[in-house]
Design a protein around this ligand. Sequence first.
Ligand SMILES: O=C1O[C@H](COP(=O)(O)O)[C@@H](O)[C@H](O)[C@H]1O
Length: 331
Amino acid sequence: MKQTVYTASPESQQIHVWRLNSEGSLTLVQAVDVPGQVQPMVISPDKRFLYVGVRPEFRVLAYRISPEDGALTYTAEAALPGSPTHISTDLQGRFIFSGSYNSGCVSVTRLEDGIPVETVDVVEGLEGCHSANISPDNRTLWVPALKQDRICLFTLGDNGKLEAQNPAEITTVEGAGPRHMVFHPNQQYAYVVNELNCSVDVWALNAPNGKIECVQTLDMMPADFTDTRWGADIHITPDGRHLYACDRTSSLITVFSISEDGSVLAIEGFQPTETQPRGFNIDHSGKFLIAAGQKSHHIALYEIKGEQGLLEEKGRYAVGQGPMWVVVNAQ
Ligand SMILES: O=C1O[C@H](COP(=O)(O)O)[C@@H](O)[C@H](O)[C@H]1O
């Protein structure tokens, strides 16, 4: 398996393309100058395109990915109705979703043979909208509205229209601030990092009462932490055994183990990382984690070790200014 890591650095308007070597190192393949401050990124399900959200002119750009070395070639773009805070696609590569914190909306952009064409729906009134996450059955879009302590649930139509479900939302405790989330590979649980109180909620997708239910809430900070909580990102290994979430004030990545059925998390340790880790990701073999330091202007590569999934640093690399998003492609 050939793997490529992409990092976005909005302050220097660059994407860095890295080959992930199997022994645990990165080799720079390309530094791409982007026409705008590049923030969120996602790879198309068929692995042919990297989509990136840019500002101050709100757009999604599509870069074609070279099957040889992962290098990028600018291909197309489409306008977005709000500043892109997070972007993702549906599992069939028919639509791009963009969540906008500052504009308080989520939008759907139609793709034609991988090319972004037009906005087909916008839902407003989602204060602090921080991400858009399609469920493993490609049917329900989960959209955390951080400032409203709720996650809105929409059914994705074949035409890309979003229809509020009944019930239309699930709610966190007051002041939690749901931000990013991931699904367990067994499709039974979702894990949400809450930015403002630095907790992680475990949501059962098919609770016995037929509802989506929060079955565990865990404080992700060390017991003696008293500073301002500022959670950011969350990722799970492909085998569903380990979960990681980061806090930007402490520059820590919290390491969780996950019970066999996915329902229970336990904290295994805390990994100090690059300053202000706003984004990180895990490779497709589940062996490596790459974290971006928004204030250190470096990324760090870690090996995921043993039963507990603790992290061992393998190297750190200078990137552009203000790196904040990491995605990994496997070809
Ligand atoms: O994590 C955060 O994100 C929001 C939105 O970010 P933006 O990059 O889309 O402007 C930010 O305003 C908030 O302060 C921060 O904690």
